[in-house]
Design a protein around this ligand. Structure first.
Ligand SMILES: C[S@@+](CC[C@H](N)C(=O)[O-])C[C@H]1O[C@@H](n2cnc3c(N)ncnc32)[C@H](O)[C@@H]1O
Length: 425
């Protein structure tokens, strides 16, 4: 276990100290561990994600246990991972402590006694320490204080439920490719394999328990994809019709573009242009479309600078699934809580406005643009749209069958915001 504990320590440290993305760091780490079993890989993922999910609380507890700051940061992160295991995992307590002491021995032998003392102290006074840690907002909610304040200002009493929702394990939802099966047919296939699931949206099937994709019938043949139910609203809201020319301006990895094409059907002759700024991520769009047997024109370019890639032909539909703080999907990416800064919201809002302004001239008269984010902050949602419709006299916000403030994360979907705009001139 101490190998896993040490590997998780390094991952958590790289995220918190170097500001690196958790997915990437974990992927790199797993690639170096080709001999690890699936169970060991899953344990590493759990320790890394879990420690970051509960970092606010674990760090508050550690500060109560330490009498002075540790000079060796590696030991700080080792202790955080071990505290996560003691508090949240099923691992035997004595084994967690023993492994942490052995890991400390490898990192810094002078500190092994301290590691042992701190973890045993935690076990002796667990309830009291947790109660004391919960007195600070960061320790209670597991988010930085600016985030808590911002949500409270925006959502009032509902903020607590939203903060807690972001600390749950995310649901796993599939999108059934309606070219290949109905949700009812796919549910039957799952039931035949003993996989419990239910339909929650026209194409969305929610699994009772997450499962690796190689266990899903038909996944590699394009019968299903993994996609949150909130993300599946986009294709429905955009309502693409026969023969339309459609731009997905921030397309990678291609989930929403693929859903639009699946819904329309090949016979509809939809002409999809899938743009993304990131060449590597665009490759994932190509792979996904290939698996699903769909086609689109892929372009690498900046949505804020259409002069560099647009052929001058207008689009009847545009999806602007813009870069954002991703604060609606923190249960899938708990590192976001500690990597984002308050000032990032203003910087995203500027980029979002720039992309909207640049894309608007590409929309045909009478055409529709769907603006989408996976943020739960007004600054990137309502405020961006409010100022856009003031700037753009020919933009009309259309009503949608959705709450005005967007979809808030719950046990069926992540947090998303959508606004549908029509060009009136
Ligand atoms: C929220 S993700 C899109 C998810 C995608 N629509 C889906 O459903 O699979 C945002 C994407 O925007 C891309 N991006 C960021 N800034 C961009 C820009 N200025 N122009 C084009 N793409 C951009 C990022 O590379 C990222 O892939």
């Amino acid at each position: 276990m101490h190998n896993i504990q040490l590997a998780a320590t390094q991952i958590v440290q790289q995220v918190l100290v170097e500001g690196r993305n958790l997915n990437q760091v974990l992927d790199e780490s797993l690639r170096r561990k080709s001999v690890w079993t699936p169970a060991q890989r899953a344990a590493l993922q759990d320790l890394s994600y879990g420690t970051l999910r509960f970092y606010g609380q674990l760090n508050a507890v550690l500060n109560l246990l330490l009498h002075k700051h540790l000079t060796d940061q590696r030991i700080t992160y080792l202790l955080l991972v071990a505290l996560y295991q003691l508090q949240y995992s099923k691992a035997a307590q004595h084994a967690v402590v023993d492994y942490a002491v052995r890991s400390a021995d490898m990192l810094n032998p002078k500190i092994r006694g301290l590691v042992n003392a701190i973890l045993r102290n935690f076990l002796r006074n667990q309830a009291e320490l947790l109660a004391q840690a919960a007195l600070s907002a960061e320790g209670r909610f597991n988010y930085p204080v600016w985030w808590i304040d911002e949500l409270r200002a925006q959502y009032g009493e509902r903020a607590t439920a939203l903060l807690d929702a972001g600390n749950q394990h995310p649901p796993m939802t599939l999108r059934v490719n309606r070219q290949r099966a109905t949700t009812a047919e796919y549910l039957e296939q799952l039931a035949a394999l003993g996989i419990a699931a239910r339909c929650i949206e026209p194409d969305a099937v929610l699994l009772d328990k997450p499962l690796s994709v190689d266990k899903l019938p038909g996944f590699f043949d394009g019968v299903v994809s993994v996609q949150d139910a909130g993300a599946q609203y986009a294709a429905r809201l955009l309502d693409v019709g026969k023969g339309m020319r459609v731009l997905d301006a921030c397309a990678a990895p291609g989930g929403k573009a693929a859903h639009i094409l699946e819904r329309a059907g090949v016979a509809a002759g939809v002409e999809m242009v899938a743009l993304d700024k990131d060449e590597k991520r665009l490759q994932r769009v190509a792979e996904n479309l290939q698996r699903l047997d769909l086609s689109a024109t892929l372009l690498c370019g900046d949505a804020a600078h259409p002069g560099e890639w647009w052929d001058g032909k207008p689009f009847e539909r545009i999806l602007a699934d813009v870069p954002c703080s991703a604060t609606g999907v923190v249960r899938r990416h708990p590192d976001i809580k500690w990597l984002r800064r308050k000032k990032d919201l203003a910087s995203f809002a500027r980029q979002q406005a720039e992309i909207l302004d640049a894309l608007w001239p590409l929309l045909a008269s009478g055409g529709q643009l769907l603006y989408a984010t996976c943020s739960i902050f007004n600054q990137e949602n309502q405020e961006v749209i409010d100022s856009f419709v003031v700037r753009q006299a020919d933009a009309l916000r259309l009503p949608m069958d959705l709450p005005q403030q967007g979809l808030l994360p719950n046990d069926q979907h992540d947090g998303f915001f959508y606004a549908l705009l029509q060009k009136t001139a």
